[in-house]
Design a protein around this ligand. Structure first.
Ligand code: GTP
Ligand code: SAM
Ligand code: SF4
Ligand code: SF4
Length: 348
């Protein structure tokens, strides 16, 4: 396994299979690659099935343990089942999707080897959902979540971006996962870095505090040092323990009346970046060391194995934590680009 200069082992890869999407979410960072709007048909610049599989085989040589398929909307790829089936057995396979294509297809994905799915669902309210995603596919997404559960995917994580438009729906979404077995919730801090509109930010620490008050257990996940809160539904037979760090989460985790809520809070968070263990792949065959950067892209050329190996070594060698290293605090407390990297940026 390769380790970068900051001691971060690269354990996972996030592969963007396309930058096309059938939604047009108002906040979309498209994994750092610009607009998702455009034609829905397959595009010539997308990696072929064989290219994706060859990349994954090389990643497995470097002991990468997990792959996340994302996009754009990864389910627009009709070869997704084949890609999953041909992914090396040593890797955990998960996907992040808007859920609309899961009905009728979730079972095939599981048969191919998909182990986990995250479905983006920003609200339990049809009108708010439409306003955020600029799509009227609310019922289809709920059907998609059900299809994933029926196909045996466990857990099914709902991804909710917390920003001004959705913050009021957080309590309802938390109750929803506490009451429904098999569901977990990821509250994703709105990231303005690539999309602008910092005025949409909400104070994520307040959400932490609110959840800590409700939780019957709290733990830290190794990845990104994310905090997880275990929330009991009204039917649960558990005494509330407030915000105590709970050693016994294993016991409550299996309780069908308890739901898990994780906060993904990367913005201006050096601890999150210090625990970042994955490399990204763009739909058109570049390696990328950080979501927030586009000045470290490494082309994989014709995607032969030697070219992929070389690009992979290079991207890992160039990886730096975004907050705390690439961006540093100035004397007046503002984040600014570390002068060390100004040269890299100029070359990009
Ligand atoms: N800045 C930053 N944001 C991230 C990172 N990982 C996840 N996020 C944010 O969280 C969103 C949802 O992530 P997902 O693709 O659902 O998966 P995940 O939470 O990373 O992984 P799992 O929980 O293991 O499935 C991403 O699109 C980003 O907005 C990261 O490494 N850096
Ligand atoms: C870019 S999407 C790609 C996969 C798929 N189309 C979906 O929406 O799940 C991956 C995740 O990024 C999240 N996301 C997109 N833009 C974001 C932003 N500006 N801040 C925080 N999360 C964002 C989405 O909510 C989604 O959960
Ligand atoms: S569904 Fe995903 S890729 Fe599509 S616009 Fe929304 S966040 Fe972006
Ligand atoms: S270094 Fe930080 S901002 Fe960049 S991908 Fe990793 S966690 Fe995200």
């Amino acid at each position: 396994m390769l380790t970068d200069d900051f001691g971060r082992e690269v354990r996972g890869v996030r592969v963007s299979l396309t930058d096309r999407c059938n939604f047009d979410c108002v906040y979309c960072h498209n994994e750092g690659l610009g607009d998702t709007r455009g034609p829905m048909d397959p595009q010539d610049d997308e990696m072929s099935t064989d290219d994706v599989v060859r990349f994954l085989e090389v990643a497995a040589e470097f002991d990468v343990e997990a792959v996340k398929f994302t996009g754009g909307e990864p389910m627009l790829r009709q070869d997704l089942e084949e890609i999953i089936a041909r992914t090396p057995d040593s890797m955990e396979i998960s996907m992040t999707t808007n859920g609309t294509f899961l009905p009728g297809r979730a079972g095939d994905l599981v048969d191919a080897g998909l182990e986990r799915v995250n479905v983006s669902q920003d609200a339990l309210d049809r009108e708010q959902f439409a306003a955020v995603t600029q799509s009227g596919a609310y019922d289809r997404v709920l059907e998609g979540v059900d299809a994933a559960l029926e196909a045996g995917l466990d857990p099914v994580k709902l991804n909710m971006v917390v920003f001004q438009h959705t913050a009021g729906y957080v309590p309802e979404m938390v109750d929803h996962v506490a009451e429904n077995e098999g569901l977990q919730l990821q509250l994703i801090q709105y990231m303005p870095e690539l999309t602008g509109k910092p005025e949409w930010n909400v104070e994520i620490e307040r959400v932490h505090e609110w959840l800590a008050e409700q939780a019957v257990g709290v733990e830290h996940r190794e990845m990104h040092d994310r905090r997880r809160y275990w929330i009991a539904s009204d039917d649960a037979d558990i005494a509330l323990e407030g915000d105590e760090e709970c050693d016994g989460v294993d016991a409550i985790a299996d309780d069908p009346n308890v739901g898990m809520v994780e906060i993904v809070d990367p913005v201006e968070n050096p601890t999150f970046c210090a625990n970042c263990h994955r490399v990204r792949v763009t739909h058109d065959g570049y390696l990328k060391g950080c979501l927030n950067r586009n000045d470290d892209l490494k082309p994989m050329g014709e995607m032969t194995r030697p070219e992929i190996r070389e690009a992979y070594r290079e991207v890992v060698a160039d990886r730096v934590p975004f907050y705390g290293e690439y961006m540093v605090r100035s004397d007046d407390g503002e984040w600014e680009l570390n002068e060390k990297y100004l040269e890299t940026q100029a070359e990009a």
